[in-house]
Design a binder for this molecule. Structure first.
Ligand SMILES: O=C(O)CCC(=O)C(=O)O
Ligand SMILES: [Fe+2]
Length: 424
């Protein structure tokens, strides 16, 4: 089992548009019929989903219809003709430079079959009933059997995380160091960067080392300092509990950077918490509560004179393969749907426990961001907060900006291709 929490099959397949308990007096949700559909034989390799065993491609001889199988230990999985045909790298079928297909596999005949399969040297030569025949590389078929994300799996952490992923800005100019940093980031969901320049928009050049800046209605970056007339509590000196920024946006900002330019106050300590570790704990204690938080939709809204943003999704975010990737957590902003009294209480209990775990010291990193220090974190996975501060003690000025979640992952793959895995 991966470090990320995995939902049970039934929980993943529940509709997310409405939720109700079987005993509830509200209408039951529509159930999607999936009984006669087998789940994929191979899974997305988010978190080393496939056990590593000796696997090989074989052609079965002595059968009426030719068969190519993936042999994994003693188990054979027949590779369907439609699956094989779509994987052809023949130059007439796939562009060699982009790797993009030149044929449309969605239009292949439903009853496509293999007419011939033979080993030729180290390769396979396959003939199909639609008239196509060509060479296939068995290693590519093996690789294709896992929908590999080609990124390290997340590793959840608690307050005792050691060493912490801290990098010096100067050192990050070296690609080999950047490679280690993005690997750490993908695994831990955050990075701390020290020794950064503190000019008013230095944050943008730091952000651009990792990805493209995502501009929002707050601009390319935003100022975090105390001002009494502000439209967001982040701009007052009050404590902020662990939260996801802008959960009302769709898509939500994937990664946030917070950069300290000045800090003359004794409070205003920064906090980070890994929602994967906390959700694992909740799932162990209360699997039903975890399921509720992953299925009941929640509504978030932001409005000011020129903007009205609304987004609706469950608090716990699960990807298409049922693996938890993060949360939409902001008690300042969430509205739950109308449910029965019973369901509302059940949901409330789960959310309350989750919230208290998110604020529990055993899960939390707490530190002071000094001028020239920056934290970069996955906005859904690693929740951030801060303790209150007294603005009469002096200035506290941070700047923040967002980049997309996929950027450091892309950077990881590119650097791993360019530098080779031995560079770590
Ligand atoms: O002041 C801080 O340290 C954090 C503020 C914050 O959460 C934000 O601007 O998103
Ligand atoms: Fe925030």
């Amino acid at each position: 089992m991966s470090t990320a929490a995995v939902l049970t099959e039934s929980a993943v397949l529940e509709p997310m548009a409405a939720w109700s308990d079987p005993q509830s007096d509200l209408p039951a949700p529509r159930v999607v019929a999936v009984e006669d559909f087998d789940l994929p034989l191979a899974h997305v390799n988010h978190a080393s989903a496939m056990p590593v065993t000796a696997r090989a491609i074989h052609v079965l001889a002595g059968v009426a219809v030719p068969q190519v199988v993936l042999r994994d230990g003693a188990a054979d999985t027949v590779l369907p003709a439609l699956w094989l045909r779509a994987r052809s790298n023949d130059p007439t079928q796939r562009d060699a430079i982009t790797g993009q297909r030149l044929m449309n596999p969605h239009l292949l005949p439903d009853d496509l079959t293999l007419l011939g399969a033979r080993l030729e040297g180290n390769g396979l030569f396959l003939t199909f009933s639609d008239g196509f025949s060509g060479n296939f590389d068995p290693q590519e078929l093996l690789d294709g059997a896992v929908l590999d994300e080609a990124c390290p799996a997340p590793q959840s952490w608690r307050c005792d995380l050691s060493p912490q992923p801290v990098y010096q800005w100067d050192a990050l100019q070296d690609d080999a160091v950047l490679y280690r940093a993005v690997k750490d980031y993908v695994e831990r969901g955050f990075l701390l960067i020290h020794g950064t320049p503190t000019k008013p928009d230095s944050i943008l050049s730091i952000a651009r080392r990792f990805g493209y800046v995502r501009e929002t209605n707050f601009g390319a970056y935003f100022e975090v300092y105390s001002r009494p007339d502000s439209t967001d509590l982040a701009y007052r000196p009050v404590a902020l509990g662990p939260h996801t920024d802008n959960p009302y946006r769709n898509p939500v900002p994937g990664i946030q950077l917070l950069h300290c330019l000045q800090n003359e106050t004794s409070g205003g300590l920064s906090t980070l918490v890994d929602s994967l570790a906390v959700a694992q704990q909740l799932q162990q204690e209360d699997p039903q509560g975890f399921r509720l938080l992953a299925t009941v939709p929640v509504r978030f809204e932001y409005r000011d004179a020129d903007t009205c943003l609304v987004s609706v999704q469950p608090m716990i975010e699960v990807d298409g393969m049922g693996v938890m990737v993060g949360v939409f957590y902001s008690p300042r902003l969430d509205d739950i749907p109308l449910m029965s009294e019973h369901d509302t209480r059940a949901y409330h209990r789960a959310r309350k426990r989750f919230g208290s775990l998110l604020s529990d010291a055993q899960f939390e990193l707490r530190f002071r961001l000094e001028p020239g220090q920056l934290m970069m974190f996955d906005n859904n996975r690693v929740l951030h907060g801060r303790t209150s501060f007294d603005p009469t003690q002096g200035h506290r000025q941070l700047q923040g900006c967002y980049i997309d979640r996929d950027s450091p992952r892309s950077l990881y793959r590119v650097l791993s291709r360019r530098l080779g895995p031995q560079a770590i």
